[in-house]
Write a protein that binds this ligand. Structure first.
Ligand SMILES: Cc1cc2nc3c(=O)[nH]c(=O)nc-3n(C[C@H](O)[C@H](O)[C@H](O)COP(=O)(O)O)c2cc1C
Length: 330
């Protein structure tokens, strides 16, 4: 591990080959910072709709608000169907300081595929190629693509699309080991990415259902990929990517955060949510707080208190009480 980004981002500090997956509504700036703080490497933004940023739609523009200084290296993920618009949005992201651009060919949501973007492009190799080339030519920074295994069981064309990406000069491919038709159903089938991996010189990240180092090792050996991308399992445990890396490297000195450090991570994350979103922060933070509870022992009461709170001070107090409990700290 630790080879992929030496070439792709030679100026960045040494980066592990485990990457935080883009997740709409989750991998915003506060969560990305939480992951980085807890030992993660490259992080990817939420998907940003290219047409919406160019039309100055405020919520989409807000997703482009990041601090290149604090967040680098950061990959900005763009979705769209129009090569020229994707190229313009990529230029904008690069000017704002993105270290990399990722092109979304994986999202199965109707609001994205209805615009023939995201995973709908798996069925349009020619259009996908035009987008790859337009974005590649528009920016100096490296460009990658995140895709699915294919459209459905009868069109498993990840190898075809990945080859087009390689020919267009992209630097890396991520494969979410499900088809578009599967959405998020069924288990990820890592072995079905092997054909695409072996047909490429480019590094491939394997993605889907990786929750620990054992999963990561299986996903890597079944697919032949060079690295992993982890999404849902990192919710509530932003230290997971660092933990997986350490486990795979046989680093016995790595320790999961103790309860004092978990408390600090959660409070800092919540604080940053409030700074980023103002009065909306409390509502938006609930999904993260609930996820943190999934990994905290005896946290039923804490969860209830935090879900019911209408003032952020009540949440800080509930967290303080919970983490002051000697049984939790033990
Ligand atoms: C809430 C949510 C939002 C997501 N948003 C995006 C997105 O914006 N762009 C993208 O390429 N994939 C998105 N995905 C897919 C993830 O990046 C990832 O491919 C998928 O969750 C499988 O990986 P996992 O099992 O590690 O979570 C999203 C997934 C979830 C659960």
């Amino acid at each position: 591990m630790g080879q992929i980004f030496r070439q792709i981002l030679p100026d960045a500090p040494a980066l592990p080959d485990s990457v935080l997956a883009p997740m709409s509504g989750i991998t915003d700036r506060p969560f990305r910072r939480a992951v980085r703080r807890a030992g993660g490497g490259l992080v990817v933004s939420e998907m940003i709709a290219s047409h919406a940023v160019l039309s100055q739609i405020a919520p989409e523009l807000a997703k482009m608000r990041f601090s290149a200084e604090e967040e680098a290296p950061l990959s900005i993920q763009l979705a769209g169907h129009d090569p020229a618009i994707m190229a313009e949005a990529a230029k904008m992201a690069e000017q704002l300081g993105a270290s990399m651009i990722d092109i979304n060919l994986g999202c199965p949501a109707k609001k994205v595929t209805g615009r023939m973007a995201g995973s709908a492009l798996m069925a349009e190799p020619e259009r996908a190629g035009q987008i790859f080339s337009a974005v590649r030519q528009a920016v100096r920074c490296p460009v990658s693509v995140k895709m699915r295994l294919g459209v459905d069981e009868h069109h498993m064309n990840a190898a075809e699309i990945a080859t087009i990406a390689e020919q267009a000069g992209l630097c890396m491919v991520t494969i979410h080991a499900r088809t578009r038709a599967q959405m998020y159903k069924g288990a990820a089938r890592w072995h079905l990415a092997a054909e695409a991996v072996s047909s490429l010189c480019l590094p491939v990240l394997i993605n889907g259902d990786i929750c620990n180092a054992q999963d990561a090792e299986k996903a890597l050996s079944q697919s032949g990929a060079a690295g992993i991308m982890v999404g849902r399992a990192a919710q509530g445990q932003p230290w997971l990517l660092g933990a997986i890396e350490a486990d795979m490297a046989g680093d016995k000195t790595f320790q999961l955060p103790d309860s004092a450090l978990r408390h600090e991570y959660i409070v800092t994350h919540l604080d940053e949510m409030m700074t980023q979103y103002g009065s909306r922060g409390l509502k938006l933070a609930r999904k993260h707080l609930a996820s943190y509870c999934d990994y905290l022992p005896r946290s039923e009461q804490l969860r209830t208190l935090m879900m019911r709170a209408d003032q952020v001070g009540q949440i800080f107090a509930a967290l303080h009480d919970y983490f002051s409990d000697a049984d939790v700290a033990a």
